[in-house]
Design a protein. Structure first.
Length: 230
């Protein structure tokens, strides 16, 4: 099953859920399928592991990346350039907005209300059930409500990202998928896709997973590690 997304897609979630890694891999996945893709780095909360760290990789795939002005690239400041609104209005196949964690990160979206007006916006909530605060259905619902209130947008779909980084095993993927099914049932929202580390794709029992799978090759790694080759 292919991941089918178009128009404006906001990637949201709690801190450390993997939003940015998913944004990068999703953008490349969709570009490889022939879609024109643009990405806006709207993470104005966390100064680490932001989409901008992978700007060379995205550029190699001809993916447009909208960033704050160059002098603010390494600043943890609420800089929202008008180029973001321009990107939202342009006729690009897929426009992905990577926002900061939880309600604090989602607040920036309310400033884009004028640009969003008249356009369909999909907001995906990324959930890693192996992280604090989203290890229960109730916790996931609470995070969703906080994001919706701060952004003034509705979450339209879920993304499962069950992982323990380098310690991830196939069982974590399958248990995470079952958990996301429970969240989907509680919310009435679709499970748009689930992620699987690329090195585990062949090891995971795919017959049980009834939604699209996005293989993840980590691009955001500590300085002593090398990013995977996409």
């Amino acid at each position: 099953m292919d991941i089918k997304l178009a128009g404006i897609v906001v990637v949201s979630g709690n801190y450390g859920c993997g939003k940015t890694e998913i944004t990068i891999n999703l953008a490349i996945d969709q570009r490889r399928k022939g879609n024109r893709v643009a990405v806006a780095d709207l993470d104005l909360v966390n100064p680490y592991f932001r989409t901008r760290e992978a700007r060379k990789t995205l550029a190699a795939f001809d993916i447009e990346l909208v960033l704050p002005p160059a002098r603010y690239l390494n600043a943890d400041l609420p800089i929202l350039d008008s180029k973001v609104a321009g990107m939202i209005r342009r006729p690009v196949d897929l426009k992905i907005l990577d926002v900061g964690g939880e309600d604090a990160g989602a607040t920036v979206l309310s400033a884009l209300a004028d640009a969003f007006r008249g356009q369909a916006v999909q907001m995906l909530q990324v959930i890693n059930p192996l992280r604090p605060h989203t290890d229960t259905v109730e916790g996931c619902l609470k995070v969703r409500e906080e994001i919706q209130q701060a952004s003034r947008l509705e979450v339209t779909g879920l993304v499962g990202n069950p992982n323990l980084i380098d310690e991830t095993e196939p069982v974590h993927i399958l248990e995470g998928y079952r958990f996301l099914q429970a969240v989907a049932k509680a919310t009435g929202l679709p499970l748009v896709f689930i992620t699987v580390p690329a090195v585990l794709v062949e090891s995971v029992e795919r017959d049980e997973i009834k939604c699209p799978v996005l293989p993840i090759i980590r691009q955001l790694v500590p300085p002593w590690k090398k990013a995977g080759v996409i």
